[in-house]
Every structure is written in structure tokens, then in C-alpha cells.
Design a protein around this ligand. Structure first.
Ligand code: SF4
Length: 427
């Protein structure tokens, strides 16, 4: 089938040099992941063990939950805990018992570590093991760290899923999933993918994380897994240690990325490439038509990525190849060369790649490049807007459903809108 969108021929960035930076960073911490994870895992509860700052971050970032019974909270470490004057483990036990009495709907409880809990070396794995023993089988208690020390905000999801992998059932029967889609996806995206897999004849597939903690997919040496998100390095490692094998593919962003990802899924389930092509053709055509409209506004415009979400490389590939944007710098907090191999091969040759951050130096490079658009965290967006740059908040790209064919147009729209707004303001 011929693509409607002209795909830019790229020499690739497989072996391109990467500017490595280690300096001051402007990123959110891993607690942010709770905001999308608690929506996905519908019987889980996230108890952050942290300070008032942590509570404030979660509360303001997920303020919409104010009308519902929330599925996250913060056990606040006060000065006595921080000074080591109180037994924080005893206090944590009391808080968890009170919580579970009040909320019998909870089946999976995550104790989420933070910078303060790490600084005082509060052993949450010991607490999780002790509490699990007490409350199993009704409630399983696990722990992971969402601390902002040395991590970026999408690593919260990675740490959470990696903590879940050891409790996935052992795959024993031939009917269990042979393909695991890994990474939290909006329900609407998951449903679309399920329909396409079914249309191509795939049956033994499952999503991880699952919506219910009582229906966790089994994993074993026959499991092949396909990442839906590029920031799941630890989760992939944990699955591999259970015997599963990663299926290499670009990420499902845009028509081209989604098609290649679907082909990889089909191949992993033993579906012939022509059958996959047939099953995805109508959705792919819709995506390509939707992108054509945005290409008019975006082609030739330059874009600069500050490192934030780890989605930068797949996004840059999509914007360059399917929408004709010019990449000035593509920064990522961490470049996982293996998981991004197919993406790097698709990036236009000569793209400036950077890993890590030294924010002042990067701001200088951004000002010198004077791009038409900057993708960055919230902390940088306002000052850059004040300097006359058009910005896109990278966190919005994590909160919004952007994967798959039906979302390709919406994803492009996230980049068209700030440019249109700037034009209107200028007029
Ligand atoms: S975990 Fe660390 S970075 Fe995140 S809100 Fe708490 S103190 Fe701040």
C-alpha cells in the first residue's frame, strides 16, 4: 500500500554522536506517574511516603480527583520522623491499617518512596513485605520509588511496573498470552489496539499493567513483550529476568510508527505481514489523511526538545518524517540505545542528540538555534514563552492519548495549536 504522507528519506542516527550532559536539571519527579497509573489500575492505591511538598505536588497535579474518593494519598513524614525520633515503620503500619479498614475496595497497595523517605533511608521494601504478609490475600502490598533524586517523571511508571513483574503469575498453560503489550495506555487506545489485534486474528495477547490487579497476565519463557512506551528500561529488564523476550519495534506514534509497531505485534503472534496490513489499512489511511492537514502548518518549522519525558526521540522521528519538521536538538533524559534502535535509525541523519541536562547551557543552545517551537517541562515553558518562544509542555504528551492510528491527528494537533495560537496573538 502506498503511503499518502510522503515519508522523508533519512540516513539515520544509529551511530550518531550524543552530547552527554550532567548538570542542573529541570524535571518533575516520578511521583507524577501516579496521576495516570491510578486511572489505569482501577483497584490499586498509591500511598506516597513523603513530605508536605510531595503531598502538594500530587494534590495539585491531580486536582480533578477532588470530587471522587481518591486512590492516592500521602503519609507525611514529620520532623520527628525525619530526625529519627519516631519509629516510622510503626507509624506506617498504623496508617496502612487505617486506610485498608476505610477502603475495602483496595486490592493492590503501592508504598511509594520519595526524596525524604530515601534520605532517611526508610526501608519500604521491608514494610511492603511485612504488610503483604498481614493483608494477603485481600491486599497485596508492593513498593517502588518515585523520588526525584537522579530520575525523571516517567521513571515512576517504570519503577511501578518493574515492582509488579515479580508477582505476575508463572505461565504454565499454552493458552496464556504469547504477546504482552507493556506500558500504561489510555483505555481508549488499549481498546483500539485490542480490536486491531483481533481483526488480524491474534488472540493470545494481554496488556500490562492490566486494569484489574486480580487479572495480572502470566509471564514465562514463551512470552514475547512489545513496549508501548519508550521509558520502561527496568520493567523490560525485569520481564527478561522472568524469561520473556522483547520484540524490537519503533513506538506506535503516527501512522508510520503505529503500522511498524502493529507489524511487530502481528509477527510476534505469528500473523502474516499481508494479513496485518489488511487489518490495519483503513485505520492507517484515516491517520494519514488526518496528518496531511497538519503537515501544511508544520512542514519546514523547526523544533527543539529539552529532555523530560523520554518520549523525545519517537516524537522527533514522527514530526520529522511524517510532518516535515526540522529537528534542531533532540534532548532526552536517558537514551536507551537498544530500545530506541529502530527510532534512531529513522531519525534524519545529522540530528543533534543530547542525553542528560545542563539546563543553562542547553538554554543557550536553544536561544542560538531560535526554533519555531520548543518542547520542554513546565518550569521552562513560561520563561521561554516570555522570551518569545512557542512552547509545548512535554507532560501533556504523556497525559494525552497519543498512541495508535486514531490518535495520530490529535498528536499532530498538539504541535499545530501552539503555533496557531502564537500567529493569532501576533496578528
Ligand atoms: S519526591 Fe522529591 S522531588 Fe518529588 S515532590 Fe517529593 S520531595 Fe519533591
Amino acid at each position: 500500500m502506498n503511503a499518502v504522507i510522503p515519508i522523508q528519506q533519512a540516513g539515520g542516527c544509529t551511530d550518531a554522536p550524543v552530547l552527554m550532559e550532567r548538570g542542573q536539571r529541570e524535571v518533575f519527579c516520578g511521583l507524577t506517574g501516579i496521576i495516570w497509573l491510578h486511572r489505569k489500575m482501577q483497584d490499586a492505591f498509591f500511598l506516597v511516603v513523603g513530605s508536605r511538598t510531595c503531598a502538594h505536588l500530587i494534590q495539585s497535579a491531580a486536582g480533578v480527583m477532588i470530587f471522587a474518593e481518591p486512590r492516592f494519598a500521602t503519609a507525611i513524614l514529620d520532623e520527628r520522623d525525619l530526625a529519627g525520633l519516631a519509629d516510622a515503620q510503626d507509624e506506617l503500619d498504623r496508617v496502612v491499617k487505617r486506610l485498608l479498614e476505610r477502603r475495602p475496595d483496595i486490592r493492590l497497595l503501592f508504598l511509594v518512596g520519595s526524596c525524604p523517605s530515601e534520605v532517611i533511608k526508610l526501608d519500604l521494601s521491608r514494610a511492603a513485605a511485612r504488610l503483604s504478609q498481614e493483608f494477603m490475600p485481600q491486599v497485596r502490598v508492593l513498593n517502588y520509588s518515585g523520588s526525584g533524586i537522579e530520575t525523571t517523571f516517567t521513571q515512576g511508571e517504570d519503577a511501578c511496573l518493574a515492582a509488579l513483574v515479580p508477582v505476575l503469575p508463572i505461565s504454565t498453560q499454552r493458552l496464556e498470552p504469547e504477546l504482552l503489550i507493556v506500558g500504561a495506555l489510555a483505555d481508549v487506545v488499549e481498546d483500539q489496539f485490542s480490536r486491531l489485534f483481533t481483526a488480524m486474528g491474534g488472540q493470545r495477547f494481554a496488556f500490562f499493567p492490566s486494569r484489574s490487579s486480580t487479572a495480572l497476565p502470566a509471564v514465562g519463557p514463551q512470552t514475547r513483550f512489545l513496549l508501548a512506551q519508550p521509558f520502561l528500561g527496568d520493567t523490560a529488564k525485569a520481564l527478561e529476568s522472568r524469561g520473556a523476550t522483547r520484540v524490537a519495534a519503533p513506538f506506535p506514534l503516527g501512522a508510520e510508527g503505529s503500522a511498524a509497531w502493529m507489524q511487530a505485534a502481528g509477527a510476534a503472534m505469528g500473523v502474516p505481514a499481508e494479513v496485518v496490513e489488511q487489518a490495519i489499512a483503513p485505520a492507517r489511511q484515516r491517520a494519514e489523511a488526518a496528518l496531511a492537514a497538519h503537515r501544511v502548518s508544520l512542514a519546514g518549522k523547526s523544533i527543539f526538545f529539552f529532555p523530560d519525558s523520554q518520549l523525545e526521540v519517537p516524537l522527533a522521528r514522527f514530526l520529522a518524517r511524517e510532518l516535515g519538521m526540522q529537528l534542531t536538538e533532540v534532548g532526552s533524559p536517558y537514551l536507551h540505545r537498544q530500545h530506541l534502535a529502530e527510532e534512531l535509525a529513522w531519525l534524519p541523519a545529522g540530528t543533534q542528540l543530547s542525553e542528560g541536562q545542563d539546563v543553562e547551557k542547553q538554554l543557550d543552545r536553544c536561544r542560538a538555534a531560535a526554533p519555531d517551537m520548543v518542547v520542554c517541562g513546565l518550569g521552562l515553558a513560561n520563561p521561554l514563552e516570555a522570551e518569545g518562544f512557542t512552547t509545548k509542555w512535554s507532560i501533556e504528551l504523556v497525559f494525552t492519548p497519543i498512541q495508535g492510528f486514531e490518535q495520530a491527528g490529535d498528536l499532530a494537533g498538539l504541535f499545530t495549536r501552539p503555533l496557531t495560537r502564537r500567529t493569532l496573538l501576533a496578528a
